[in-house]
Design a protein around this ligand. Structure first.
Ligand code: PMP
Ligand code: GLN
Length: 391
């Protein structure tokens, strides 16, 4: 994050992955799969390199990928998207987020996010010189929820953007249609643009369905939807992302994107285009299998954490579960995470790393840790044995 002095610290993910590497602890910190995505997509990427797709791709992304994104949004969600003017390919969702915020918000503007939030949001808002305001996602007996009064109070005449993330990192919450509708209506009332980060759109469990904000009537005409191939396909290093929405908003984002990376991931764009169009159904099969296996691995980790004495909230989506260490006598998760390699041979991430320093939400979630279950079962079993030593 950018500190108030302007110094750039390393991300919490890099810090915790280094800690895992140094101590040999099981890395349940940074969210990346320890098994690659499907072979047929690796073959497609290699074929694209061999076919000579190795120079700058078009600025908006290759037409095949923009068409595949539009077709994907139509097939899965019934959205009508013009691949010519309403889709921009980016260097992962991260660049789409940064370019969107830099394009649409500046000094004097307020950008609203749901706290805890993915760490790049605060950094991008700081780089834009805009003001960051938050709406708390609070733990309750049946999961994390937004309080409608908090949401109403957060919007002001200066709200320029509301940046939503569902399924939600770090809590694994899938926001309900009612919560999303309220946010969309509040945004419409203030004429704010909605930005929605849906990178975990295909990773939901127990039959819970992801509702894309752009499908809600109140969000129509004011929503930029961001996603990427990393999570659904288990190729987080390929960094192929996209943003789609009204043409004039996408054009504004593209203007900024030109000066961030210009273009990225040329050959991978061909492989992802093939995956999203999925003419032979192989990618759909892969994603269905991944969803099932992640649900099983979620259950394994949640049960291990419960058995070790944490209080968990069973996540309905994503790679992550958050767990409260207070019942184990640890009330400071930052301190606990530094000691976890020694105490349990495991690395996790304090949930406060996803909060504004010193905020009420950070205080409320002070003893909570995020763990990822996108690891092989054998690795999760090893983590379970270590976590059991905490009791
Ligand atoms: N948004 C969220 C909520 C994420 O969890 C991640 C990945 N950790 C990203 C964005 C970044 O996605 P990408 O790797 O495609 O840039
Ligand atoms: N999105 C991944 C996570 O939340 C990590 C991405 C990163 O390292 N920036 O763990």
């Amino acid at each position: 994050l950018l500190s108030p002095s302007g110094a750039v610290a390393q991300t919490i993910f890099a810090e915790m992955s280094e800690l895992a590497a140094r101590t040999g602890a099981v890395n349940l910190g940074q969210g990346f799969p320890d098994v690659d995505g499907p072979e047929h997509l690796k073959d497609a990427a290699v074929a694209a390199i061999r076919a000579g797709h190795n120079q700058y791709p078009p600025g908006a992304g290759i037409p095949q990928l923009r068409e595949a994104v539009a077709a994907h949004q139509g097939r899965h969600y019934g959205l009508t998207v013009d691949p010519g003017t309403e889709v921009l390919v980016t260097a992962g969702a991260t660049e789409a987020i940064a370019a969107t915020i830099l394009a649409l918000a500046g000094p004097g503007d307020e950008v609203l996010t749901i706290e805890p939030y993915y760490d790049s949001y605060a950094a991008s808002i700081a780089m834009a010189g805009a003001t960051h305001r938050t709406i708390a996602l609070r733990p309750g007996p049946d999961g994390f929820h937004l309080d409608p009064d908090d949401a109403r109070a957060a919007f002001t005449d200066r709200t320029r953007l509301v940046l939503v993330n569902t399924p939600h990192n770090p809590t694994g919450t899938v926001l309900t249609t009612a919560e999303l509708t309220l946010l969309a209506e509040l945004a419409a009332a203030r004429d704010a643009v909605i930005v929605t980060d849906e990178v975990y759109e295909h990773l939901t469990y127990d039959g819970v369905r992801h509702v894309p904000l752009a499908t809600l009537p109140a969000a129509a005409g004011r929503t930029l939807t961001i996603s990427s191939a990393g999570k659904s396909l288990s190729f987080t290093g390929w960094k192929v992302g996209w943003v789609h929405g009204p043409a004039e908003l996408v054009t504004a984002v593209r203007t900024v994107k030109q000066f961030l990376t210009y273009v990225a991931s040329g050959p991978f764009q061909y492989a992802v285009a093939g995956a999203l169009s999925d003419e032979d159904g192989r990618t759909g099969e892969y994603v269905t299998g991944l969803r099932t296996s992640l649900q099983e691995r979620r259950d394994l980790l949640v049960e291990s954490l419960d058995a070790a004495g944490f209080v968990t909230v069973r996540p309905a989506g994503t790679y992550f579960v958050v767990a409260d260490a207070a019942p184990l006598g640890f009330d400071d998760a930052v301190d606990l995470c530094r000691r976890l390699p020694e105490l349990a041979g495991v690395v996790g991430i304090p949930v406060s790393a996803f909060c504004a320093a010193g905020s009420a939400t950070a205080q409320g979630l002070r003893s909570w840790v995020r763990f990822t279950y996108v690891k092989r079962e054998s690795v999760l079993h090893r983590a379970a044995e270590g976590l059991a030593r905490l009791r």
